[in-house]
Ligand binder design. Structure first.
Ligand SMILES: Nc1ncnc2c1ncn2[C@@H]1O[C@H](COP(=O)(O)OP(=O)(O)OP(=O)(O)O)[C@@H](O)[C@H]1O
Length: 209
């Protein structure tokens, strides 16, 4: 489902990365583990079609992201097939929760589907916040809405970049449980990037950098 082969990226002489080859099968749940600064975000940006590698292939399902798609097609592909959860919620402040999710559907070129929005918000226990604005939500609710936005289009691949580094043990467990249950519910392959060693025991697959 995801395969990276011979991928290399260089920002400059001091920050040059050759990533080892990696195959992730559909539905698997993986940890991308490495110390701060080792290149995890760089690799995630390459896998999600945001940063073109200098060399190598990134294939998601049967699509070779950098050899088959134009920049515009890659943006559309990301919206439709890849969901990303960032450490901090990246929601549009002047839009309600529902409007943020409508945006995610429209940006991917998909029709607005309010039934799907209700279904996802219910599964994350934030459906009572549909008409709220981001600044009216608690941190935990914000994180659940970020997860909702990432899974709204049933992505083939769900990626979380450092989702737990600012959380205590209880909330770390809760967020991982949500990511895992949402990936199972939406049949999304899950990749969680972190330097947080507490997360290790939750995953049977790990790509070590
Ligand atoms: N745009 C850039 N220009 C130059 N160097 C960069 C750029 N972005 C990142 N780097 C460098 O590349 C290295 C890898 O950065 P990256 O963000 O991928 O690491 P990371 O493993 O995700 O770190 P963290 O866990 O701290 O988020 C770092 O040394 C960083 O300083």
């Amino acid at each position: 489902m995801i395969s990276i082969k011979g991928v290399h990226y260089s920002y400059n002489e001091d920050n040059s990365f050759s990533f080892k080859d990696w195959v992730v099968n559909a539905g698997e749940q993986w940890l991308l583990l490495g110390n701060s600064g080792c290149g995890k975000s760089t690799l995630l940006h390459i896998i999600t079609g945001i940063l073109a590698p200098d060399k190598g292939d990134v294939v998601i399902n049967d699509t070779n992201l950098y050899h088959q798609l134009s920049n515009k097609e890659r943006d559309r592909y990301r919206g439709q097939h890849i969901g990303i959860v960032f450490q901090q919620a990246h929601l549009i402040k002047s839009f309600t929760v529902e409007e943020n999710l409508i945006m995610a559907q429209s940006f991917a070129g998909l029709p607005v589907n309010k039934t799907r929005i209700d279904e996802v918000l219910k599964s994350l226990a934030v459906h009572n916040k549909t008409k709220s604005y981001p600044n009216e939500l608690s941190q935990g609710q914000l994180q659940r809405v970020s997860i909702a936005r990432a899974v709204i289009n049933k992505p083939a691949l769900l990626i979380a970049d450092e989702p737990t580094s600012s959380l205590d043990d209880t909330n770390t467990k809760a967020v991982l449980a949500l990511l895992m249950s949402q990936s199972a519910l939406n049949q999304s392959t899950l990749v969680v990037a972190t330097h947080d060693k507490r997360v290790k025991d939750f995953f049977s697959n790990a790509y070590l950098m």
